[in-house]
Design a protein around this ligand. Structure first.
Ligand SMILES: NC(=O)c1ccc[n+]([C@@H]2O[C@H](COP(=O)([O-])OP(=O)(O)OC[C@H]3O[C@@H](n4cnc5c(N)ncnc54)[C@H](O)[C@@H]3O)[C@@H](O)[C@H]2O)c1
Length: 381
């Protein structure tokens, strides 16, 4: 007897007319009605990369075209009359989250003769999601897009909330737009093929949610690390849902980051500077965020805002999840500070950072003392 399929966890981001559903569960790539409901228009362009596509693109395409699904075929084919499904595969990696890749998406849309009657489907991790979302925001001033995240990081963070962007050589995510997806469909089965290092990098963002706003969740991660690292389905799905719920609440209250949403950047100003200084090729994004959270915690302790014991607890949890906690050798603190000053969160040249008051409590702090930042960077290299 085969086990009955476990129903997905369903959440939502409440943004009035732009509200959208988030579904998290096993087997969702084959959920034709759910995928069909998220598409609008006559054209669907699946944007993916050459690592994810061989694994999952066919499953998604089959669901979109309802191949091999006799029960649904008639009903849903009729609901999407004459829909064309096209694929665009980009090379893998952050180095391709660029304007040049966005231009390839525009070329593909033009070749499809798409106008506003098209939906872009982002199948992949945060790189594909950010890039495809950005292209969707720009094409004819905005078309629909659907996030189908396939990394832990994308499931818990980047697929939710509508931040889209590409990188420039001068800095990460410098060109972008707020553009909410029409749906987020996270098939947790895809995590089975995620390399262990990428899974761990995703846990950096998971830990971030506990660190910035939920001490109980943080303690739960301390208790459940083994199950989570072993990719146990129930523990993983519940953890992803918890993060999405926390993010959805924050986004609903502060969509364009006028206040509370900035807290989600805990560790990111440091982390982005490290990623940029390393040419987007050294640490993974989540790994850089892990180091950045430790730096933010140490800085907070040095400034008397948090207890050093909390920093030790954060370092221990990050290490438990196999994440780095020190700045890679050879990075010059002054260069990192220069890169941090280019960060979007800064106002008129001063350094605005997310500091914390210990596990579960974080604040946006303007005008952080540069000497204190330099000291913490010098201490950590
Ligand atoms: N928009 C936001 O709010 C937001 C938030 C956090 C991060 N981000 C962005 O997300 C990006 C990082 O995302 P990421 O960590 O998912 O990286 P990624 O997209 O590069 O994916 C990581 C690697 O895993 C591969 N991969 C993806 N799914 C797989 C699967 N199921 N099986 C096997 N391999 C798979 C990818 O091809 C890639 O090699 C960064 O660009 C970051 O700036 C955006």
């Amino acid at each position: 007897m085969t086990a009955a399929p476990v129903a997905p966890i369903e959440l939502g981001v409440e943004l009035g007319a732009r509200s959208y559903p988030i579904a998290i569960g096993a087997g969702l790539l084959g959920d034709a009605p759910r995928i069909a409901a998220a598409i609008c228009g006559r054209h669907a362009l699946i944007v993916s990369n050459d690592v994810v596509a061989p694994l999952y693109l066919e499953r998604l395409e089959n669901a979109l075209l309802h191949r091999g699904d006799d029960v649904l075929q008639g009903e849903h084919r009729a609901s999407l009359p004459g829909m064309t499904v096209t694929r665009l595969l980009l090379p893998d990696g952050e180095a391709f989250k660029t304007l040049a890749s966005a231009a390839q998406v525009f070329d593909a849309l033009a070749a499809m003769k798409a106008n506003r009657d098209a939906t872009i489907i982002a199948l992949g991790g945060g790189v594909i999601g950010d890039l495809a979302g950005f292209a969707a925001a720009c094409w004819m001033r905005g078309i629909a897009f659907v996030q189908v995240p396939t990394t832990l990081l994308a499931m818990v963070d980047s697929s939710v909330g509508g931040k889209t962007a590409v990188d420039l050589a001068q800095g990460k995510n410098l060109v972008g737009a707020f553009h909410q997806p029409r749906a987020v469909i996270a098939d947790t089965d895809t995590l089975a093929t995620l390399p262990a290092r990428e899974l761990r990098a995703g846990f950096a963002e998971v830990i971030k949610y506990g660190a910035l706003g939920d001490a109980e969740f943080f303690a739960g991660l301390e208790r459940n690390a083994d199950a989570l690292l072993a990719r146990e389905g129930e523990a993983l799905t519940a953890t992803i849902a918890h993060c999405c719920r926390q993010k959805a609440g924050i986004v609903a209250r502060d969509e364009t980051e006028q206040g509370e949403r900035a807290l989600l950047n805990l560790g990111h100003t440091f982390g982005h500077a490290i990623e940029t200084a390393m040419g987007y090729g050294g640490l993974l994004h989540g790994e850089a965020v892990a180091v950045g959270m430790v730096l933010a915690a140490r800085l907070s302790a040095n400034l008397g805002r948090a207890a050093a014991a909390d920093t030790h607890r954060l370092v221990a949890l990050l290490e438990r999840f196999g994440l780095p906690t020190t700045v890679p050798a050879g990075l010059d603190p002054d260069r990192l500070i220069g890169l941090m000053q280019l960060d979007k969160k800064n106002l008129s040249g001063s350094l605005r950072l997310i500091l914390w008051r210990g596990v579960g409590k974080a604040d946006v702090v303007p005008d952080v003392d540069l000497a204190a930042v330099r000291a913490v960077l010098a201490q950590a290299t």
